[in-house]
Ligand binder design. Sequence first.
Ligand code: ADE
Length: 240
Amino acid sequence: MNFYCMSLFPDIIKSGFEASITGRAVEKGLLSLTNVNIRDFSPDKKHFKVDDYPYGGGAGLVMKADCVFDAYEYTRDTISRYWGCSEAGNRTRVVYMTPRGETFSQKKAAELAKERDLIILCGHYEGIDERVLEEIVTDNISIGDYVLTGGELAALVVMDAVSRFVPGVLGNDESAYTDSFGDGLLEYPQYTRPEVFRGKQVPEVLLSGHHANVEKWRYEQKLEITKRMRPDLYERYTKG
Ligand code: ADE
């Protein structure tokens, strides 16, 4: 899976993505990250301005359509050149990180993971000129009902969750589909050594070696935890 991230702060994206599990997957060639700095596409070659005052007045600055569009064309053409196919770039989905988008979910992560390439667009300031968004964006995604200073942290959340579905990224390919939310329930509790911690014993059934009983116990725990912590998910699960 190849991520192309258009933003004003590529360092945030690089340091977040190239650490830990996703970083290892980059080294293995399972994932790639290409950062495109929108500032490089400013027509203002002196101050590299990428924003301007909003028409109609109001607080803050708006990212200019021309810089974002030129950065997009560059990204699109890079993808086309890579695959030696002029349509490859045109077909690539463009995900815009915005609080007004559809709320991100495990289902959306699994859907996006089916793409070969993905362009992610991060805004800053008071947003991006609407006209360029209308031209290039295919998916608007929010990571929750709150406002961040920019889309970079949200992009990292999406890239991380999508990467977990890419075959080989996790030690065990099954886990992205079987962990929390995969079946609509939260995960069961996990324990490791020591057997007793501050007087608390690991549940007896996990030491029994009886596989069927362990499975049954874990399923019951999933139900119990989901009912207690996320009654909305529990309701959906039990009512179908
Ligand atoms: N940019 C700013 N806030 C955001 C949010 N909640 N989700 C996605 N992108 C954002």
